[in-house]
Design a protein around this ligand. Structure first.
Ligand code: FRU
Length: 496
């Protein structure tokens, strides 16, 4: 085995999508159509760092196993194909298909190169497919929406059907202005301006990849609210790239936020923890949701990386993976409407369980059968008087990724400072934390470990931490620790 092959395989995730070869960033065009989920993605078909941006393509019937397809929309001399969305144009409003055979339409950002008459601009363009997403044709009338801006990108288009009427709505960003701009259309080709939102809450980096969708609150369809997703980079809660969300109302024209804490461009770092965050780790970015998901589910995927070090992560031949698919819901917590996120799980077998038991002071190591590089954990702690309790993940020699709950502070921390190879970039070694209150004295955790990542979902998805780690192959031990006696392990299941 040569060294290159070894590096290529070692960190390649089992349950997270990564391109077979080369670079990947944002999820694009997330769409369910004719029995398949489509995941398009920002892709460099010719190298393992960002460049030549094109839309790669993968499909799945179960949201877990993805089959990579041919590049869907390649860049050319005049334009790079930046992020955007895709719709199933059921009523053939665009005329690209027929009423009997409606087209898929991708709405992407044309990032025009110096060779284009529009060089330097970013504007919104269309491509369509009449063979179920396998081949795509660029619309001859592109771009369809041009504001003569160099920072206008990442259109998310969906079908709005409400009190104001039925039409296509686009949310996109003026990235430097930290503004979400909203447009409407009846045919995807001609767009009318409706309104803008922002700057608000986190504004220390450019705003990118917005999304807007309606969700029932506490499962009650009579009481729904709208969620506006705004990714930003840098300026995320954990440093670098991150995603924030606003909850509010959308009347078909204007989004009104009920979760605005600060307005304007003056970033107020002291209020960061009060904003709505999609994730409190450093590796969940450009997250957007599927159009048309069956059963009214709202499913999201993020890019599992961070622009601070994305180009330097230590893999060869391929670079970067997507997060697991997350199903999101709205729930009321202490008078606020908050987003809950839970992973769509690979079907697993329960391989190892522990009975309810007191947690000893110090570290209890698990049987080696329970460990590996890929597994899920369902854990429930009652910290009681045990002080800090937690888990040691991916342990070998000095290497470990440490998940700690501090009941006194009500804070969950993930520490990757000794997780393995952290030296490839100076800011990578870090410790993240999120406020998490106990519920009835308990902390419920779902953790997914997959070769180069750890995703933590706390209290049924109320808080999440997603982090990359690059441990040695032999760093597979798993331990439970407590500062003192007095805590209880209520549940501990390992799923492979
Ligand atoms: C977000 C982003 C988008 C842009 C794309 C380019 O990660 O910067 O704003 O469309 O990546 O690859």
């Amino acid at each position: 085995m040569n060294v290159t092959t070894d590096l290529e395989c070692r960190f390649r995730p089992r349950h997270h999508f990564a391109a077979e070869r080369n670079w990947l960033n944002d999820p694009n065009g997330l769409l369910y159509a004719n029995g398949r989920y489509h995941l398009f993605f920002q892709h460099n078909p010719f190298g393992d760092v960002w460049g030549n941006m094109s839309w790669g393509h993968a499909t799945s019937t179960d949201l877990v196993n993805w089959v990579e397809q041919a590049v869907a929309i390649p860049c050319d001399e005049q334009e790079a194909i930046y992020s955007g969305s895709a719709v199933l144009d059921v009523h053939n409003t665009s005329g690209f298909g027929t009423p009997d055979s409606p087209p898929l339409v991708a709405i992407y950002t044309s990032a025009y190169t110096a060779r284009s008459p529009l060089g330097g601009r970013q504007a919104q363009s269309l491509a369509y497919s009449t063979d179920d997403g396998m081949t795509w044709t660029k619309y001859a009338g592109n771009p369809v929406l041009d504001r003569a801006s160099a920072e206008f990108r990442d259109p998310k288009v969906f079908w709005y059907d409400g009190a104001a009427g039925s039409y296509w709505v686009m949310v996109a960003v003026e990235a430097q202005d930290r503004e979400v701009v909203i447009y409407k259309s009846s045919d995807l080709k001609s767009w009318d301006y409706l309104s803008s939102f922002g700057p608000a809450n986190a504004t220390a980096g450019v705003w990118e990849c917005p999304d807007l969708f309606e969700l029932a609150v506490d499962g009650n369809a009579e009481n729904s609210k709208w969620v506006l997703i705004v990714n930003l980079s840098p300026g995320g809660i954990a440093g670098g790239s991150g995603g924030q969300y606003f909850v509010g109302e959308f009347d078909g024209v204007t989004f009104r936020s009920e979760s605005t804490v600060t307005e304007g461009m003056q970033a107020d770092d002291s209020r960061m923890a009060e904003y709505g965050w999609l994730d409190w780790g450093r590796d969940y970015y450009a997250a957007v949701s599927f159009n048309n998901a069956p059963g009214g589910r709202r499913l999201m995927i993020g890019w599992m990386n961070n622009w601070q070090y994305g180009a330097e992560t230590p893999t060869t031949g391929w670079r970067s993976a997507m997060s697991l698919v997350r199903e999101v819901r709205l729930a009321t917590h202490s008078g606020k409407t908050l987003l809950l996120q839970n992973p769509v799980m690979p079907p697993g077998e329960r391989l190892f369980s522990l009975e309810r038991q007191a947690i000893s002071a110090g570290t209890t190591w698990l049987s080696p059968d329970a460990t590996g590089e890929v597994y899920g954990l369902d854990v429930e702690f009652e910290p009681g008087d045990g002080g800090e309790v937690g888990l040691l993940l991916r342990v070998g020699g000095e290497e470990r990724t440490v998940l700690t709950y501090d009941a006194t502070a009500g804070v969950l921390r993930l520490d990757r400072r000794r997780s393995g190879n952290t030296a490839f970039q100076e800011t990578f070694a870090s410790i993240e934390s999120v406020p998490v209150p106990l519920e009835d004295g308990r902390l419920r955790l779902h953790i997914q470990v997959d070769r180069c990542s750890v995703e933590v979902f706390a209290q049924d998805g109320l808080a999440t931490i997603t982090e990359l780690v690059f441990p040695g192959e032999d760093s597979t031990a798993l331990g439970i620790f407590a500062e003192r006696e007095g805590g209880t392990l209520v549940r501990f299941d390992v799923v492979h």
